[in-house]
Design a protein around this ligand. Structure first.
Ligand SMILES: [Zn+2]
Ligand SMILES: [Zn+2]
Length: 247
């Protein structure tokens, strides 16, 4: 599996960072996890054919930095006239969210390809053609869901934004790669992780590699790798737009 960082920023990041999004290239298919501001253009820069992405999973849709480029992708695929089905997934309330998008952009009702909208249960395991998906709710927004994706004996967890919680540790147990936010160096909040909390989750879950992403601009000058290394002995990656990781 190859992970491409489509965006590692937050809603207020500068021009060098798109907001949150990741592409995951599996044998015979490309799926996407989150698709915030700038991710669509970065996907094209990375050479990933947007007409062939067949699944997008949203860790949460309440925040634009994770979902903003969905309408842009739907519009482009409609115009590109390649009738490959796209299935989009989100947590509780996702169908209503997409219905509202269709009200805002009425032409979506006549899309030139099949769009399937699915809501994911909070604790579920679902088998797809060549990967298995397991979900657990996170502590951030009401739709917040983390995804564990397993294929070919490897496991990657995409957790999106979250405060510290046991579901994050359980879902990530023994994963080859954990991708989760690390918004702040030291500040403690009720809905994000700081470096010590990130390290604690990665260490307790005994993941092999952990990727730091979603750093707030106010802390961008901090040495996150050094801070996380105090509490996590596995490999630490610092996300950068267009970075690729093979798992
Ligand atoms: Zn965010
Ligand atoms: Zn968020």
């Amino acid at each position: 599996m190859r992970v491409t960082v489509l965006g590692c920023g937050t809603g207020t990041s500068g021009p060098e960072k798109a907001t949150s999004g990741f592409a995951l290239q599996l044998p015979r298919q490309t799926i996407v996890i989150d698709f915030g501001v700038g991710c669509f253009k970065n996907m094209q820069k990375a050479g990933i054919d947007y007409t062939k992405v067949n699944k997008i999973f949203f860790t949460h849709f309440e925040h634009l930095d994770h979902v903003n480029d969905l309408p842009a992708l739907l519009f482009a695929r409609h115009v590109a006239v390649k009738p490959i089905q796209l299935e989009i997934f989100g947590g509780p309330g996702f169908k209503k969210f997409v219905e509202n998008l269709f009200v805002a952009f009425p032409f979506f009702n006549g899309l030139g390809f099949k769009l399937k909208v699915s809501e994911l249960e909070s604790f579920a395991t679902k088998k797809f053609q060549n990967f298995t998906l397991t979900t657990k709710p996170m502590v951030h927004e009401s739709s917040s869901t983390a995804f564990r994706i397993e294929a070919n004996g490897k496991a990657i967890v995409f957790a999106g934004d979250t405060a510290p919680n046991e579901n994050l540790v359980e879902l990530s147990k023994g994963a080859d790669l954990l991708v989760v936010e690390c918004s702040f160096a030291e500040k403690e909040t009720s809905n994000h992780l700081n470096a010590a909390q990130f390290a604690n989750a990665a260490s307790r879950a005994m993941v092999k590699k952990a990727m730091i992403t979603h750093i707030y601009p106010e802390d961008e000058d901090k040495d996150f790798k050094a801070l996380v290394a105090k509490g996590f002995k596995g490999e630490i990656l610092l996300a950068k737009d267009l970075m690729q990781v093979e798992v």
